[in-house]
Design a protein around this ligand. Structure first.
Ligand SMILES: Cc1cc2nc3c(=O)[nH]c(=O)nc-3n(C[C@H](O)[C@H](O)[C@H](O)COP(=O)(O)OP(=O)(O)OC[C@H]3O[C@@H](n4cnc5c(N)ncnc54)[C@H](O)[C@@H]3O)c2cc1C
Length: 367
């Protein structure tokens, strides 16, 4: 820590968004401190652990440059490479698609990202929560106060800066999951219909176990709790449960402003999750790199911080707006009776459904 406790940038939260921001700031020679309440960062696990491969990311997010520089997932953080995704209807009918997915060891993934940022020169203060942020000062839960020229909120959907300095709300969807021992599937499965009203359930195969979970929109669940849906779905799979977790996903897309004065938000704190498929890890990292470069340009060349939003829109604007549109459509369709959902998933609609899930234009027949 510098003698006066003063940094060029402090990042609150060292998950995918915060550590990526710190990595690219450090690469530009900026003095950056990441503060995280967890120790180690990434634990406890709160994730379905699926990310698209780099090749798939180039297809999903064609506006994002240098994908291989951004995503350097080490082999040790990949449990399984799965080449196929199945969309499963209430009656068990499957629409099968080629999709190159990596089922991660998410804890190892986040730890590797921290290691990358630290090796580039970012400082970390872990096991310490940030209580509040005002102007250029960050107050820690132990009473210490640190200062920085720019303060970044990367604390997830409950980020302290987002909550205290932004009034805009996001729609957060509650999610529950479990890791179950056994071999349940060889594909990435997404299940739709009354199994998860307004959302979906997933089964992602790992090494001798699966990550099984679901998210719902409570306004469509007719008073039935997330716990009931989750227990019913997870219990329908055999095997011992070796882990249970829960969390929430912001599913209304990005908020309208990512920076206010010297405060910046990124990742879940800025709503950077693709609502049509729940992808948040890679999207937080895309946001983190853009935020870092905009902050570095601001500090080094006096460019406006607003360049962050403009560059985000250039790289991700179209993908995000298509994903939001697909989510709105899905929210209507996936609370129809199961027999209707079953009818809607058919060979004719198959390419359109896939294009909606993968955030592409619906006006094309190409899968
Ligand atoms: C159950 C579940 C399943 C998911 N499955 C997937 C999936 O399969 N694939 C996918 O791509 N995405 C998935 N997501 C979404 C994904 O996990 C998030 O989008 C992603 O982690 C966002 O990264 P982030 O860095 O913005 O936030 P986070 O990963 O939440 O990191 C925030 C960090 O900030 C720290 N922090 C927060 N507040 C403070 C504070 N006041 N002081 C200090 N530290 C603080 C936290 O300790 C944490 O380490 C899932 C989410 C959930 C909840």
């Amino acid at each position: 820590m510098s003698p006066e406790n003063k940094y060029q940038v402090i990042v609150v939260g060292g998950g995918p968004a915060g550590s990526t921001t710190a990595l690219y700031l450090a690469k530009r020679g900026i003095e950056v401190l990441v503060i995280d309440g967890r120790d180690p960062i990434g634990t406890p696990l709160q994730c379905g652990e699926l990310v698209p491969s780099n090749q798939e990311m180039r297809r999903l997010c064609p506006g994002v440059p240098d994908v291989d520089d951004l995503f350097q997932t080490p082999e040790s953080a990949i449990c399984r490479n799965v080449p196929e995704m199945h969309l499963v209807t209430p009656s068990g009918k499957r629409l099968r698609y080629d999709f190159d997915g990596l089922v991660l060891d998410r804890v190892a993934h986040d730890e590797a990202l921290v290691e990358r940022a630290a090796s580039a020169g970012a400082e970390y203060l872990v096991g310490t929560r940030v209580k509040s942020v005002s102007e250029d000062s960050v107050t820690l839960s132990d009473g210490r106060v640190l200062t920085a020229g720019i303060i970044v909120g990367a604390g997830g959907h409950l980020d302290v800066i987002r909550r205290s300095h932004w009034t805009e709300k996001s729609m957060n969807i509650p999610v529950k999951f479990a890791i179950k021992e056994g071999n349940h599937t060889n594909a990435l499965e997404l299940h739709f219909g009354s199994v998860a009203p307004g959302g979906y359930a997933w089964v992602f195969p790992k090494d001798g176990c699966s990550n099984i979970g679901l998210g719902i929109q409570t306004r469509f669940s007719r008073g039935v709790s997330l716990n009931s849906y989750a227990e019913k779905f997870i219990d329908s799979y055999s095997g011992d449960t070796i882990y249970r977790g829960a969390g929430a996903l912001p599913m209304s897309g990005t908020i309208s402003t990512f920076s206010k004065g010297n405060h910046v938000v990124v990742g879940d704190a800025a709503g950077m999750v693709l609502p049509s498929n729940g992808a948040g890890i890679t999207i937080a990292m895309i946001g983190g790199r853009i935020a870092a470069n905009a902050i570095a340009d601001h500090i080094l060349d006096g460019k406006p911080l607003r360049e962050y939003e403009r560059e985000w829109k250039r790289q991700m604007g179209t993908v995000m707006s298509r994903s939001k549109r697909a989510f709105r459509l899905g929210s209507i369709l996936f609370r129809l009776p199961d027999w209707v959902v079953d009818l809607l998933f058919n060979p004719i609609t198959k390419p359109f459904i896939w294009r909606a899930v993968t955030c592409r234009s619906l006006l094309s027949l190409r899968i």
